[in-house]
Design a protein around this ligand. Structure first.
Ligand code: SF4
Length: 63
């Protein structure tokens, strides 16, 4: 599984970091970073929840 965020679409709500803090974080109050671009399979459900809840569809999950 690979996770990426389209920085052009992300509006830094922090939703993904709240849902899956193992994978996403907001840094400097305004920058979303993907902590684990290739997270463990055990995190798949959380990552997919974050993807679903992102209001702008900025999160891409492949694999
Ligand atoms: S949920 Fe979407 S818009 Fe909000 S911080 Fe995450 S990637 Fe950005």
């Amino acid at each position: 599984m690979r996770v990426s965020v389209d920085s052009g679409r992300c509006v830094c709500t922090g939703t993904c970091a709240f849902v899956a803090p193992q994978v996403f974080a907001i840094e400097n109050h305004s920058e979303l970073v993907v902590l684990r671009p290739e997270p463990d399979e055990s995190l798949r459900d959380l990552v997919l929840d974050a993807e679903e809840q992102c209001p702008t569809g900025a999160i891409q999950v492949t694999g």
